[in-house]
Design a protein around this ligand. Structure first.
Ligand code: ATP
Ligand code: MG
Length: 312
């Protein structure tokens, strides 16, 4: 028996193999050195689920892992945070995605993915198991398994029929490329879409946040949040529009800021917060995430976020 989650995060689960300070000069015929090589769990659904659980929301995850060591690693990280993993799908026919990432001293990165990053499991087949859920987060729209219009439509339709709040985070496409037009049937089922500035530009062709938001709203999406990194965020729906400035913090690593932001937003909406209050909270979650290396390091609990907001 699981924890009867209020929130289900669906989508990408993986392991990042992060290589810092790679020296292209070989030290032997076939040997190279790097300053460090570390493994950490990631994928938007995993980062979001762990953040939401830390914020005190009963959270479950629906994702696909291989029957391998990388899969075990993701599972144990999720369990340590108290995420319900009873619906993690494990298959012998596919490996857990492992992203190899080369990070330069200036913070720029190059990453290597493979076929397992595009494994399309079918979240819509399992939705009826989450009878307690009140919200879902798609992490992320435009990436597997949410890069197939039929799967997206089936998931969102079922979620709406069950009365769930639907929050869709986005990413730039990698394998299968979809446009907003390809999803025009499904987008009216989205309550909140949360692209970052580059993603919003890519999907809308606009450069100003209010113009980007208008394009998303024209597809029937109810609320649009543009994450603006170190510039905070922008919100627009049919009745209000506002920008929130960034929280004043010293950022050291922005990995996962968006995922912590989306988790914070959804958790507060589930607690009944108005959009603006939920976004103030989300803005602080994103900012806190950037203060330490890693997507799931800095955010501890809801009290920490409330204290940061109080200190303003
Ligand atoms: N340097 C910063 N200072 C303050 N807040 C920040 C900073 N960077 C990010 N944030 C907060 O985190 C939110 C999400 O960050 P960002 O726009 O980088 O999302 P993202 O690109 O989706 O991130 P991810 O790497 O998780 O995909 C921002 O909207 C903002 O609220
Ligand atoms: Mg993001």
């Amino acid at each position: 028996m699981g924890i009867q989650p209020d929130l289900i995060c669906m989508g990408m689960a993986l392991v990042d193999s992060i290589i810092k300070g790679f020296d292209p000069e070989p030290i032997s015929a076939s040997g190279y050195r790097a300053a460090s090589s570390t493994l950490s769990v990631g994928g938007e659904a995993v980062n979001e689920a762990m953040a939401a659980a830390k914020l005190g929301t009963k959270t479950g995850i629906l994702c696909a892992l291989g029957e391998d060591a990388a899969g075990d690693m993701v599972l144990s990280a999720l369990s340590r945070c108290g995420v319900d993993t009873s619906l993690v799908l494990r298959g012998e026919d596919h490996a857990t995605p492992v992203t190899t990432m080369f990070v330069k001293d200036d913070g720029t990165r190059k990453s290597i993915t493979n076929g397992s990053h595009r494994y399309n499991f079918h979240p819509e087949r399992y939705l009826d198991r989450f009878t307690s859920a009140r919200a879902i987060i798609l992490g992320s729209l435009f990436r597997a398994p949410f890069d197939d219009p039929q799967i997206i439509l089936a998931v969102l339709k079922a979620a709406k029929e069950a009365g769930l709040l639907v929050v869709a985070d986005t990413k730039l496409p990698n394998f299968r490329v979809l446009s907003l037009d390809d999803l025009k049937e499904a987008l009216p089922y989205v309550d909140y879409i949360t692209p970052n500035e580059d993603e919003a530009k890519y999907f809308t062709g606009k450069t100003e946040p209010f113009e980007m938001a208008d394009v998303f709203l024209s597809y029937g999406i109810k609320n649009v949040v543009i994450k603006l990194g170190s510039k905070g965020c922008y919100f627009k729906n049919a009745s209000e529009a506002f920008a929130l400035p960034p929280m004043p913090i010293k950022a050291v690593d922005a990995t996962g800021a968006g995922d912590n932001f989306v988790a914070g937003l959804t958790c507060e909406l589930l607690r009944g917060a108005a959009p603006k209050d939920a976004l103030l909270f989300a803005n602080a979650c994103g900012a806190i995430c950037t203060t330490a290396v890693g997507a799931s390091t800095a955010l501890k609990d809801r009290q920490q976020v409330l204290e940061m907001l109080k200190s303003l």
